[in-house]
Design a binder for this molecule. Structure first.
Ligand code: 0XW
Ligand code: MG
Length: 367
């Protein structure tokens, strides 16, 4: 089996409703990149990478497409079933850029699943349950608006909510936290996510001011070193998101006693292969994690859900997907959607979706 063509597409994902607001950035449309790898057997596989704008983490849309164009010519003629060899060739062609490599890795797993007629979750050892829990991320809002959304999302069936904080007076964040705990029900677990927007002083103040409230503090500060510095002085479990940049950092954060859990992003760490290793590490050290991505359509969502399905239920913090913010799915029949706070695992081979490529703008082709 050989790779005969590689197509790179661009697509704009406009956000339904209000812009998505975090501590350090606000977005109303995302620029996603889709990779289609075609083999001489006629099987093709899809991957996707959709940075959450250029400042959420070290990734941006133009960079993804430039990195993919750098690697693509080296992959023509290779066997897509040998994903380890293909990704090794990618590393020889380009250093770093894990987020772009993730789209290739994802497309290879899609091909492998289609070749062996098995969903990716089966290739990864089998789903541990029929569907996976999702969680909803509430943007930076006033205490009353956050409370309204908490009640609304609980009524929709979500049992985990993430509330954005940071980028404003910490007193407002504390008021939001108190208001959330006035209205949340006993089943709902809460994470406050500052997306790197708090200083160490602000993070400690926020945590100590809310020491009576039971929640997870996600990526309050910018750097790994800042997170390490606050751990002795905070009163809440600390989850890493943006700082959990690769397999090595995940292992280091656990071994240094910094990370109590993770808000993982599949493309940030390099795709399905790398994420599977991180799930194994988290199982070994009993660290909860979510299997999310920064953004993206049905392709990325399917990869996140297949991966989330193999996480032991006691350690699963769900799969966040952008579907609730997206108007038009890539695959109308098999679109990956949240229903009642849960997501069905795609049933078909590989990712289990068939994207309509006519929706996308062809950026560059290699053969
Ligand atoms: C809530 N998310 C998974 C969606 C956005 O990409 C940000 C991310 C997070 O946890 O920061
Ligand atoms: Mg986060």
């Amino acid at each position: 089996m050989k790779i005969t063509e590689l197509h790179i597409y661009q697509h704009s994902l406009d956000i339904k409703g209000k812009p998505y607001k975090m501590a350090l950035s606000e977005v109303d449309s995302l620029d996603t990149t889709i990779v289609q790898i075609i083999s001489d057997s006629g099987i093709s596989g899809f991957g996707e990478v959709c940075p959450l704008g250029p400042v959420y983490q070290e990734a941006h849309a133009l960079g993804a497409r430039a990195a993919l164009c750098e690697m693509a010519p080296h992959l023509i003629g290779m066997n897509p079933l040998h994903y380890g060899q293909v990704m090794y060739k990618c590393n020889l062609a380009l250093m770093g850029h894990l987020y772009a490599k993730a789209a290739i890795d994802m497309a290879l797993w899609d091909i492998i699943g289609k070749h062996y007629n098995a969903p990716i979750s089966s290739l990864l050892g089998g789903a541990k349950r029929e569907k996976v829990p999702s969680y909803y991320a509430i943007s930076i809002e006033s205490p009353d608006e956050v409370a309204r959304l908490v009640v609304d999302k609980q009524q929709q069936g979500y049992e985990r909510l993430q509330v954005k904080v940071g980028g404003r007076d910490v007193a407002e964040d504390i008021a939001v936290a108190r208001k959330v705990f006035e209205v949340k029900n006993s089943k709902t677990s809460i994470a406050f996510d500052a997306n790197r927007g708090l200083t160490t002083t602000q993070a400690i103040h926020f945590s100590q001011s809310c020491r009576d409230l039971n929640f997870v503090l996600e990526q309050p500060c910018d750097s790994y070193e800042e997170l390490k510095a606050i751990t002795p002085n905070i009163c809440h479990p600390l989850y890493l998101d943006e700082s959990a940049s690769d397999i090595a950092t995940v292992a280091k954060a656990i071994n240094e006693g910094i990370a109590d859990g993770f808000g993982m992003k599949v493309t940030r760490v390099g795709g399905v292969s790398a994420m599977r290793s991180i799930i194994d590490i988290c199982h070994t050290y009993r660290r909860p994690l979510s299997c999310d991505d920064s953004w993206g359509g049905d392709i990325v969502a399917a990869a996140c859900v297949h991966l989330a399905s193999i996480v032991e239920p006691s350690l699963s913090r769900g799969a966040w997907i952008a579907a609730p913010y997206i108007d038009k799915p890539y695959d109308r029949l098999n679109s990956v959607q949240v229903s009642g706070g849960w997501i069905d695992i795609p049933k078909g081979p590989g990712l289990g979706i068939v994207p309509d490529t006519s929706m996308f703008n062809l950026y560059q082709s290699f053969s």
